[in-house]
Design a protein around this ligand. Structure first.
Ligand SMILES: [Cu+2]
Length: 501
């Protein structure tokens, strides 16, 4: 397969649809040394643009908070006729400025990492035309979206190299922080690692009535741990059991960045886009954050938290009120998970003066009423275990993924209890496509109020049983559910659900 090369069309008209791009560089980072790269088609052919003297400084540990937080560009529709927004996206190779003096080869939507943000509105459908300009199959899954099965990005429904597909997104669900990513079977650990990740912010009226922060005060934050080769390319080593762990924290494609914040309320949308790392996020001095939403949208009421876990593919949205801080204050967001290692410093908020009168407010009391689920009419127990005989494979209920087998059939509009039983010593973030569920019970203790809203991914901890109640709406068809620890899902911790009328 072809190696990376610089994009030849950086000045093309499509680029004009990207707004808010602000990728600056100024950082020192540590590099790994030994692992060989095993990614698809990634030959580290990017030209080096640094002198030997400049490279030498990169052998020192990276300095966090030296680069401003990049904000992913926002994608503008190419058409908005007949109440439908049409977007045009090239899936292609690109070069990202992640480390100073280096260009890191990536796969990217529009050739950027993270991919451009799509802002959609409830009741207004979107069509996203994805053009696969890579040399291998790709597809796009709108994670957390109510999407008809044919447009869901099922792992076997792929876009061949050179081909295109129009993904139709009805946008009929409530406001939520969704994201889109590659889902071609067996490749996701590499393709997401190399950059095929973007955010999709779905807004609605109810959310607007809450007068939450908007525009530049509503900020998606894409967290991922990475590692680097000496030439600045991403370093990847497959580990099917543990999953990949990087030694360097990236937020929106920058190493532990700093974000200048005015003395205002900010809405911060955290996405864990890591292959396999779970975070426990905490502000310095355990300052309070107000959680307002989880995967599937707003909670019934805000929940004050001094820290929260974030497993791969999960989203949590918080409000932080910076009005009580003096200009010059620096507030660090840390990963305090036991295995954080060198990913402890996630980012820093630098409080600056400025801004006008505050227009947003901190919600108090009820924000929404969650829909009542129908009574469950079946219970399934899904054991999560590692098969080590005859090769290493993660399984659900002693089965690996078989696209020709339906593992569970349900009726549209019904509900069941699904028990994830995890006797293994790994976390398994279990994700269901195309539908949402509620977390009913955790054997390790109570379900946190911040986890009682709509979810599409739940972290099942080692030794834990977690019961969720999916609601099989709104579409019939064939969907997958799988572990979102990407090496687990690729090999082959994934089953199929068929919803029928
Ligand atoms: Cu897993």
């Amino acid at each position: 397969m072809a190696g990376f090369r610089p994009p030849h069309d950086a000045g093309s008209s499509r680029r004009d649809f990207l707004r808010n791009g602000s990728y600056s560089i100024a950082l020192v980072c540590t590099f790994g040394t030994t692992e060989s790269l095993k990614g698809p088609s990634v030959q580290t052919s990017a030209k080096l643009q640094t002198s030997a003297a400049r490279r030498a400084q990169f052998s020192s540990p990276f300095t966090p908070f030296a680069r401003d937080l990049p904000i992913a560009p926002e994608l503008a529709p190419v058409s908005g006729k007949n109440g439908v927004d049409v977007y045009d996206v090239d899936i292609k190779e690109g070069l990202a400025e992640i480390l100073p003096g280096f260009e890191t080869p990536i796969y990217g939507y529009e050739g950027v990492y993270p991919g451009p943000t799509i802002r959609a509105r409830k009741g207004r459908p979107a069509i996203v035309r994805q053009h696969n300009q890579l040399t291998f199959d790709s597809n796009v899954h709108l994670h957390g979206g109510y999407v008809p099965a044919a447009h869901d990005g099922h792992p076997m429904d792929v876009i061949a190299p050179g081909a295109s597909f129009d993904y139709t997104y009805p946008n009929e669900q409530d406001a939520a922080f969704l994201w889109y990513h590659d889902h071609a079977h067996g490749r996701t650990a590499r393709t997401l690692y190399y950059g095929l990740v973007g955010t999709y912010l779905l807004h609605d009226e109810r959310e607007e009535e809450l007068e939450l922060p908007q525009g530049e005060y509503d900020v998606p934050l894409v967290l991922a741990d990475h590692a680097f080769n000496k030439d600045g390319s991403f370093r990847y080593a497959e580990n099917v059991d543990l999953g990949f762990r990087g030694d360097t924290m990236l937020v929106n494609g920058a190493v532990s960045p700093r974000m200048a914040v005015q003395r205002r309320i900010y809405r911060l949308r955290f996405l864990n886009a890591s292959n396999a790392r779970s975070y426990e996020l905490r502000l310095g001095n355990s300052r309070q954050m107000l959680q307002i939403a989880s995967d599937g949208g707003l909670l019934e009421a805000p929940v004050a938290r001094s820290s929260f876990p974030l497993h791969p593919a999960e989203r949590i949205e918080v409000l932080i009120d910076f009005r009580s801080f003096k200009p010059g204050s620096e507030i660090v967001l840390q990963n305090v998970a036991a295995d954080a290692g060198t990913t402890k410093s996630v980012m820093r908020f630098d409080v600056v003066d400025g801004g006008g009168a505050e227009e947003a407010r901190m919600p108090r009391g009820r924000m929404r009423t969650l829909e009542k689920l129908p009574a469950p009419n079946a219970t399934h127990r899904w054991d999560l275990s590692l098969l080590t005989q005859g090769g290493v494979q993660w399984q659900i209920a002693n089965r690996g993924f078989d696209p020709n087998r339906i593992d569970v059939s349900t009726r549209l509009g019904t509900s069941e209890l699904w028990q994830w039983h995890n006797p293994s010593n790994r976390v398994h973030p279990m994700h269901l496509h195309g539908m949402l569920y509620r977390v009913v019970e955790r054997s390790s203790g109570v379900v946190h109020p911040g986890e009682r809203g709509w979810k599409d991914t739940v972290g099942v901890l080692p030794g834990e049983d977690v019961t969720v109640q999916p609601w099989f709406v709104p579409y019939e068809g064939r969907y997958v559910f799988h572990c979102h620890s990407l090496e687990h899902g690729d090999k082959a911790m994934m089953l199929q659900l068929e919803v029928t009328k």
